[in-house]
Design a protein around this ligand. Structure first.
Ligand code: N01
Length: 496
């Protein structure tokens, strides 16, 4: 081990963080707090915010309460509602990035194309043609980033406006338009609530009915916000309460570890469905899978929205698309002016299409040839001093991913300290990673996400969930524990 690499001054350590969304901003804040200053956050877009910048469809809200969908160390008194809108969350992230002095570290319009390990450092190639060297790389590219376009015959022949929900065209005045939306996930449900009764005709093309949890939203009054400003402890208390509500109660209800909470959850969604007056429509909207098999859709007004006279829920299978609209299997042409594809995302992309080449020429493509794997959702074999925030098997679902990212970044910071102090390259061992993933996959097979009788983006091509198969609290305890050194290849830097 070279003397020059041991106990390096923090100023000598270089970092590249990929992505300036919630997780990239967080990683920057933690590096700064720890005394590191030589880092760059490369961001493909022209502003911070990640998913909250990329998604801007009508009705976009977060279905996790805002006083918990925020950084634990940065409560915000200005949240307008219990469940805030996408633009407000985007604004919050921008404010935090400014407040913590992260903006000067961000290079916008600058996608990372590849990263190559040279034995001591990563050489990160950017779309601008530049290469940036880094002792440590952290990818913070988000979980659901790449749009999933459905394979429907004739889709490209549609003569009206057609876009994926991430590409919403706000220039179109929809008020006199016939609008079709394909999909019934959280996105489609929020759009339906926003557009029902506000367009000439609204058709929701449903392949699978969803359970919808009734969670009323409400605005915070000026007095409540003032109280939050005066007494930030109130916000911390709310944060803790919402953490218990989402992580412990909702998590336990979905996974069935808390039978009482599960019974309450089932009662809620069934009662909510029961509010649909027309039995034919109610039957159409009745799911054929267990509650919680798919990620729970939460909405205060969905069933109200679908009962609007201008809304139709179409359950006949889509046969093909023509210039004038969608033709269903019963031969009916549903004439449309605008078609929105609320058909979700590629959940297996992570930081791809970025190319990563690690130790001895091992590549990410080779590691993930069968399916994405990761050590504790953060590390990759043969990829020394390389970490992912929200990699494969991250706890996902009806919870705040910001909280999960905080635990992950804390773990990454522990590794960074070791890398700096000992002057080492560390990567999880292949066998330790495969063993962990095999255990996750085995245990995932008995979760509601696999046994509940549905298909969803939680599942891989074999139907096995690709998310952390236990309660999120267990993940927190796993990553807060000391690093399991025997799970890592830890060796000298070879060309420093
Ligand atoms: O996507 P989805 P999403 N023909 O994958 C249907 C997060 N999120 O964008 O169920 C016809 O859930 C598909 O049908 P089926 C959250 O994690 C969070 O709504 O496969 N239909 C399904 O109905 C969420 O889970 C918030 O039968 C087709 C829909 O498209 C995740 O993003 C808000 C089809 C896709 O649903 C994804 O949600 C919004 C086809 N060929 C989103 N292909 C918050 O509030 C697909 N579908 C935090």
């Amino acid at each position: 081990m070279s003397e020059a690499t041991i106990n390096r001054p923090k100023s000598a350590m270089k970092f590249v963080i990929i992505g300036a969304g919630m997780a990239g901003i967080l990683a920057g804040i933690r590096l700064k707090e720890a005394g590191y200053s030589d880092f760059v956050i490369v961001e493909k877009g022209d502003s911070v915010g990640g998913t909250w910048r990329d998604n801007h469809y009508p009705g976009l809200h977060c279905d996790v309460p805002s006083h918990h969908y925020c950084f634990s160390f940065e409560p915000w008194a200005e949240w307008s509602e219990i469940f805030s809108s996408g633009p407000e969350i985007w604004k919050y992230l921008d404010l935090v990035a400014h407040k913590y002095g992260i903006m000067p570290y961000i290079r916008f319009n600058c996608a990372a194309e590849s990263a190559d390990w040279d034995g001591a450092r990563w050489q990160v190639k950017l779309a601008t043609g530049d290469t940036v060297a880094a002792d440590v790389v952290v990818t913070a590219t988000g979980g659901l980033r790449i749009a999933n376009y459905p394979e429907i015959k004739g889709l490209e022949t549609f003569a009206g406006e057609c876009f994926h929900t991430t590409q919403w065209n706000h220039d179109i005045d929809l008020s006199d338009k016939r609008v079709g939306v394909i999909g019934t996930g959280s996105t489609a449900v929020q759009i339906t609530c926003a557009l029902a009764g506000k367009v000439a005709k609204y058709e929701l093309f449903q392949r699978t009915a969803q359970w919808v949890l009734l969670l009323p939203n409400a605005s915070y009054s000026a007095e409540e916000k003032e109280e939050f400003r005066r007494n930030p402890d109130k916000m911390r208390q709310l944060y803790d309460e919402f953490e218990t509500a989402t992580y412990v109660q909702t998590g336990g209800a979905i996974m069935g570890t808390d039978p009482e909470a599960r019974a309450a959850l089932i009662k809620n969604v069934q009662d909510n469905l029961g509010s649909v007056r027309d039995p034919v429509l109610r039957a159409k909207l009745t799911p054929d899978h267990e509650v919680g098999c798919k990620r729970l859709v939460m909405s205060p007004t969905f069933y109200q929205a679908v009962q609007d006279p201008t809304v139709e829920v179409v359950t006949d299978r889509i046969d093909h698309i023509e210039p004038k609209g969608i033709v269903t299997a019963d031969g009916q042409l549903h004439e449309l002016d605008v078609l929105a594809l609320a058909t979700g995302f590629d959940p297996g992309a992570y930081m791809r299409p970025m190319k990563i080449t690690g130790q001895d020429g091992h590549t990410l493509d080779e590691l993930w040839a069968v399916r994405p794997i990761a050590y504790k959702a953060m590390g990759l074999p043969y990829m020394p001093n390389f970490f992912m925030v929200e990699g494969p098997f991250t706890p996902f679902g009806n919870l705040s991913l910001i909280r999960v990212a905080e635990w992950q970044v804390d773990y990454i910071m522990k590794c960074i300290e070791m890398i700096r102090e000992q002057g080492v390259a560390m990567a999880p061992k292949l066998d330790a990673t495969l063993k962990l993933v095999a255990q996750y996959r085995e245990d995932a097979k008995s979760t509601i996400w696999a046994t509940g009788g549905c298909t969803s983006w939680y599942q891989d091509e074999e139907g096995v969930p690709i998310i952390y198969p236990y309660l999120a609290e267990q993940f927190r305890d796993e990553v807060k524990a000391p690093i399991i050194l025997e799970d890592f290849e830890i060796g000298p830097l070879t060309t420093a």
